[in-house]
Design a protein around this ligand. Structure first.
Ligand SMILES: [Zn+2]
Ligand SMILES: [Zn+2]
Length: 869
C-alpha cells in the first residue's frame, strides 16, 4: 500500500492522462507463437479514415474493448487489431476539393498520392481519439488497406477467386451512380420514399402509364397481363412509340398488374430491376438512352445532352403539344439512391467484374455463427434470399485496389497477374510474360476494386492469411453495425467460404446506432452531433465508456444522453469516496494480512458482504459471457453503491474506528478483498479508474491480472439471511430514532433482539446502543395511557358540539374507555346527556411494558426487537 494521500475529489482528467503516459501498450499484444492459451481474435471493423472518429464508432469500440479486456483477464490470447479501410470516393472528392482539381486533371499516380497523404493525416487524428478513450488496441497488428502490404492480399484473393471460377467479366446491367460515375453493388443502393408523376400516354394501339417518359427512346417492348381482356387481341402485334417512332412488340407477362395505371407498361433498358428481368427473359434489344454521367445519350435523338430531369420535362411537353399525354397523377414511389451520395441510381449495361454468389453456402455458414443479438441473423437471411444479381466488384474510380488484369491488344485475351507479381498496378507495370498469341502489347484494366473487396478479407487478414504465421481462421468475433450486415458481414462470409471453405468467425456481435439527444440520427444538418472528444474533455473517458456500457443493450439503437454521462461521473466520485474511505482504514493491512486472515473470525455482516460479492462475480461473469454489458455494469454499480456503501460501510464503521483488534481485522479483510475484486471487475469498463484503484494494491497493471474467480465456499444463503436481518434491524432502529426526532447517533438504553442467530456487535456500533440477544419470546403488558378521539368521525356527526364530545372523551379514564371499546360501544356524558358512540370513535394509546420497563416493540422480518425507552 502506498503512503500517498488520496485526494477527496476524483480528478478524472489528471488520472487518465497519467495512465496514458505510463501504460506500456505492448501488454495488449497478441502472441502469434503461442498455443497454450486459447486464441480470441477480434475482426475489428476498419473505419473509413475521415479524420473524425465519431460517436457511433466510439460506441462500437467500447463494446469491442470491454470484450477484449474481459477475455484477456479470462486467460485468452486476445488480438484486438486496428485496421483502416482507406479506399473510396469520399477521399477522392475531398482531395479534389482541397487541391481545386478534378481527378482527370492530374496523372493517376499523382492523384493516388494526394489521396494517400490525406488519409495518413486522418488516420493520425483518429488514432489519437482511440488512445484517449483508453481502447486496448493491439497496435502491432494494425493494417492499412491502401498499403501494398495489405492490398497485395486483396489482389491475391482476386486472382485466386478468378482462377477458381468465382469471378467473371461480363456486360450486364448494373446499378450506376451518375454522380460518382461508377457502378455500385445492389447492397449499396438505399431505397427512399419519393413523390413522382405517373403519366398516361397514348400509343397507337394501347395506352401506357409511365413514370419515366424520358426513357421512351429506350423502350424495347410493351407488356400487358395475359388475362387482361382489354389488350388480348393486340398481343404479339407491333406498336409504335410516339415521338421516337420505333416499333416494338406487345408481349404478355403475368408480372404486369392490370390494375396499375392503364394495365400496359413500357419495357425500357432500363427503368428498373423488373425491366432487366423482362429484358433477359424475352431476349430484347439493348438501347442505351442514358450515359455514364446521367446525361441523355445519342439514342435519345434530339434530347441528347440533356439531363434526365430536363429530358423528362421536354418529352412530356412535346407529347402534350401533340395531345398524346391525356392524364397525370401523383404517385408514391420508392427511389433507389446511391448510399454514398444519395443520388438516384440508374441501371446501365456495362462490362463489369462480378463475384458469383452462393446463397446456400452463405445461409449455412450464417447458421454456424452465433449472432448477438440472435434476431440480427434474420437480416442476413432476408438479404441473401433476395439476391438476384451477382456482386458487381468493379468501380470506375482511381483511389482503390487496382484489378491485376490486362487485355491483349492483339487478340483481346485476358491476362491475369501471377501471384508472384503482386502487388501490382496494371496501369504502371506490364505483364511479365507474353500473351498466348505471342503479343506483348497490352491494355491495362483501368477499373478498380470495390472497397468491400478490401474489407471483406479482414477476417482472413487478422487470422494470418497469406502471412508468415499459421492461419488461425475462424476469428472468434466480428463486432459491427447493423447497417452493414448486407455488405460487410455478407461479403466477409462469402469470401471466407470461397477462399478457405470456412466460416469467418465463431460469433458476430451487432451494435446499434447512436441517436442524438433529440432521438434522431446524428447529422450535421440537425445540429445534434456530439463528438467523443466533447464528452472526454467535459467529463472523462471513463464516464463516456460507462455511457457506452449502460446506454442500451447490445444490438439496440442507443440515444446519447448527457445525464447518463453526468451520473457516470457521479458514480466515479462515489466509488472514489468508497475507495478513499477503505484505504484510510487499510494503512496497517497489506497482502500478507489478507493471506493469513482466518475466515472463521468473520462477523455475520462480513459473511453477508462476501457472499454478495461472490454472487456479483458470478453474475458479472455470466452476463459478460453473453455480451450483456449493460446488465454486467449495472450489477457492479448496484453492489458498490447499495450493498457496499449504503449498508456494509455504515455497519462496520464502529469496528473500524473501534479498538477491538479482531473486529477491526475482519472488516479490514473484507474491505481489502472487496476493493481489490471491484477494481478487477471494473477494469474492462473503466480502465483508467480501475488502474488507479489497483495501483495501491500492486505494482502490476490491473490489465494484466486475471478476472476474479468465484469462491463458492463464501456463497451462503444462511449468511445472507442473517446479514439481511442485521441490516434491516439497524435501519428500523434508525427510522425509529428519526420518527422520535432523535439524532441518529443518540444512544438508546438498550436493544433486545429475540431468538435470532446473528452477532450483534455491528448493530451496537451502528446504533450506538447496547444490544442483547434474548432467548425465547418476550412477554408484554399493554397499559392504556391516552385517549385519542377520532375527529374525522366525530366532527361530521356532532358539528358544533364536536368540541364538547372530544373534551368529554379525553376526560374519561383510558383504561375504562378501552374496556368499553372492547365491548363494541362507548357511552359518554356530554352537557348532561348520554351519548353513544362506535368504538372506532376513539383510539386508545397503550404503553408497552416488558419486564416492568416501558418499551417500544419493532417487528423486523418476523424477529421481535424490543427497545427499552
Ligand atoms: Zn453516388
Ligand atoms: Zn493475345
Amino acid at each position: 500500500m502506498t503512503e500517498s494521500e488520496i485526494p477527496k475529489e476524483y480528478n478524472a482528467n489528471e488520472v487518465e492522462e497519467k495512465w496514458m503516459e505510463k501504460w506500456d501498450l505492448s501488454m495488449y499484444h497478441f502472441n502469434w507463437g503461442e498455443d497454450t492459451r486459447p486464441q480470441y481474435i477480434i475482426d475489428t471493423p476498419p473505419p473509413y479514415p475521415t479524420g473524425n472518429f465519431h460517436i457511433g464508432n466510439a460506441l462500437n469500440w467500447c463494446y469491442i474493448d470491454f470484450v477484449a479486456r474481459y477475455k484477456r483477464m479470462r486467460g485468452y490470447n486476445v488480438m484486438f487489431p486496428e485496421g483502416w479501410d482507406c479506399h473510396g470516393l469520399p477521399t477522392e472528392v475531398k482531395v479534389e476539393e482541397i487541391h481545386g482539381i478534378t481527378k482527370n486533371q492530374v496523372p493517376r499516380a499523382e492523384f493516388r498520392r494526394m489521396c494517400r497523404e490525406l488519409t495518413e493525416g486522418n488516420i493520425d487524428k483518429m488514432r489519437k481519439t482511440m488512445l484517449r478513450l483508453g481502447f486496448s488496441v493491439d497496435w502491432s497488428n494494425e493494417f492499412v488497406t491502401m498499403e501494398p502490404s495489405y492490398f497485395v492480399k486483396t489482389q491475391k484473393s482476386f486472382v485466386r477467386m478468378y482462377n477458381d471460377g468465382h469471378i467473371y467479366h461480363e456486360e450486364h446491367p448494373v446499378n450506376w451512380c451518375p454522380r460518382c460515375e461508377t457502378a455500385i453493388a445492389f447492397a449499396e443502393v438505399e431505397y427512399d420514399a419519393g413523390q413522382t408523376k405517373l403519366n398516361f400516354v397514348h400509343f397507337d394501339k394501347v395506352d401506357i402509364a409511365t413514370t419515366r417518359p424520358e426513357l421512351m427512346a429506350a423502350c424495347v417492348a410493351v407488356a400487358v397481363n395475359p388475362k387482361d381482356e382489354r389488350y388480348s387481341r393486340y398481343i404479339g402485334q407491333t406498336i409504335t412509340v410516339p415521338i421516337f417512332g420505333q416499333n416494338v412488340v406487345l408481349i404478355a407477362d403475368e408480372a404486369v398488374e392490370p390494375e396499375f395505371g392503364t394495365g400496359a407498361v413500357m419495357i425500357c433498358t432500363f427503368g428498373d430491376k423488373q425491366d432487366v428481368r423482362w429484358w433477359l427473359k424475352y431476349g430484347l434489344p439493348l438501347v442505351k438512352a442514358i450515359d455514364k454521367q446521367g446525361k441523355m445519350a445519342k439514342a435519345a435523338g434530339k434530347y441528347e445532352g440533356m439531363s434526365i430531369t430536363e429530358c423528362r420535362e421536354a418529352v412530356i411537353s412535346d407529347l402534350k403539344t401533340v395531345g398524346f399525354v391525356y392524364n397525370q397523377t401523383p404517385l408514391e414511389q420508392n427511389v433507389g439512391l446511391c448510399w454514398r451520395c444519395d443520388t438516384p441510381i440508374e441501371i446501365l449495361s456495362e462490362p463489369q467484374w462480378f463475384v458469383k454468389i452462393n446463397p446456400e453456402g452463405i445461409l449455412k455458414a450464417a447458421d454456424e455463427i452465433n449472432w448477438y443479438p440472435e434476431y440480427m441473423k434474420v437480416r442476413l437471411q432476408n438479404w441473401t434470399g433476395t439476391m438476384e444479381w451477382d456482386w458487381c466488384i468493379s468501380r470506375q474510380r482511381i483511389f482503390a485496389t487496382p484489378i491485376p488484369i490486362w487485355y491483349c491488344k492483339q487478340c483481346g485475351e485476358v491476362m491475369i497477374s501471377e501471384e508472384s507479381w503482386l502487388p501490382i498496378d496494371p496501369n504502371e507495370a506490364a505483364p511479365k510474360k507474353a500473351c498466348i498469341c505471342g503479343s506483348t502489347e497490352f491494355e491495362p484494366e483501368t477499373d478498380v476494386l470495390d472497397t468491400w473487396m478490401d474489407s471483406s478479407i479482414t477476417a482472413l487478414h487478422v487470422t494470418g492469411w497469406e502471412s508468415e504465421h499459421e492461419l488461425r481462421l475462424p476469428a472468434q468475433i466480428r463486432p459491427q453495425g447493423h447497417d452493414i450486415i448486407r455488405t460487410w458481414a455478407f461479403y466477409t462470409i462469402l469470401r471466407s467460404l470461397a477462399l478457405e471453405g470456412k466460416r469467418p468467425w465463431d460469433s458476430i456481435m451487432v451494435n446499434g446506432m447512436v441517436l442524438g439527444t433529440d432521438g434522431h440520427k446524428m447529422s450535421k444538418s440537425l445540429g445534434n452531433v456530439i463528438s467523443p472528444e466533447e464528452v472526454t474533455s467535459q467529463y472523462s473517458a471513463d464516464a463516456f465508456r460507462q455511457w457506452g456500457a449502460v446506454g442500451g443493450s447490445t444490438g439496440s439503437d442507443v440515444m446519447f444522453r448527457w445525464k447518463d454521462v453526468v451520473s457516470a461521473s457521479r458514480f466515479l466520485q462515489k466509488m472514489w469516496s468508497i475507495y478513499r474511505f477503505s484505504m484510510s482504514h487499510l494503512k496497517d493491512f497489506g497482502p500478507e494480512d489478507a493471506e493469513k486472515f482466518p475466515l472463521d473470525s468473520l462477523f455475520t455482516i462480513d459473511r453477508w458482504l462476501l457472499s454478495k460479492l461472490n454472487r456479483l462475480v458470478e453474475t458479472a461473469t455470466k452476463e459478460f459471457d453473453g455480451y450483456q454489458f449493460d446488465s454486467t455494469f449495472k450489477a457492479i454499480r448496484g453492489f458498490s453503491w447499495e450493498v457496499l456503501a449504503d449498508n456494509y460501510l455504515e455497519l462496520v464503521k464502529g469496528r473500524l474506528y473501534g479498538d477491538k483488534p479482531e473486529g477491526k481485522k475482519a472488516a479490514q479483510y473484507v474491505l481489502y478483498r472487496t476493493m481489490k475484486t471491484l477494481s478487477l471487475l471494473l477494469a474492462p469498463f473503466i480502465p483508467f479508474f480501475a488502474e488507479e484503484l489497483y495501483s495501491r494494491f500492486s505494482n502490476e497493471s490491473v490489465h494484466t491480472q486475471a478476472w476474479p474467480t468465484i469462491d463458492e465456499s463464501l456463497i451462503s444463503e444462511e449468511a445472507e439471511a442473517a446479514g439481511e436481518l442485521i441490516k434491516e434491524i439497524t435501519s428500523e432502529v434508525r427510522r425509529y430514532k428519526s420518527d422520535l426526532g432523535m439524532a441518529l447517533n443518540a444512544p438508546l438504553k438498550k436493544i433486545e433482539i429475540y431468538s435470532a442467530n446473528i452477532d450483534t456487535g455491528d448493530i451496537a456500533g451502528a446504533t450506538n446502543s447496547e444490544v442483547e440477544l434474548m432467548e425465547g419470546a418476550p412477554s408484554f403488558e399493554y397499559v392504556p395511557i391516552e385517549v385519542k378521539p377520532n375527529m374525522g368521525l366525530i366532527g361530521p356527526l356532532f358539528r358544533k358540539d364536536a368540541g364538547a364530545v372530544v373534551k368529554a372523551l379525553q376526560a374519561e379514564n383510558p383504561a375504562a374507555l378501552e374496556a368499553q371499546a372492547t365491548s363494541g360501544k362507548i357511552t359518554v356524558t356530554v352537557n348532561g346527556q348520554q351519548i353513544e358512540l362506535e368504538s372506532e370513535a376513539v383510539e386508545i394509546r397503550k404503553e408497552v411494558i416488558s419486564g416492568g420497563r416501558e418499551v417500544d416493540v419493532l417487528e423486523v422480518s418476523g424477529t421481535v426487537v424490543v427497545i427499552v425507552r
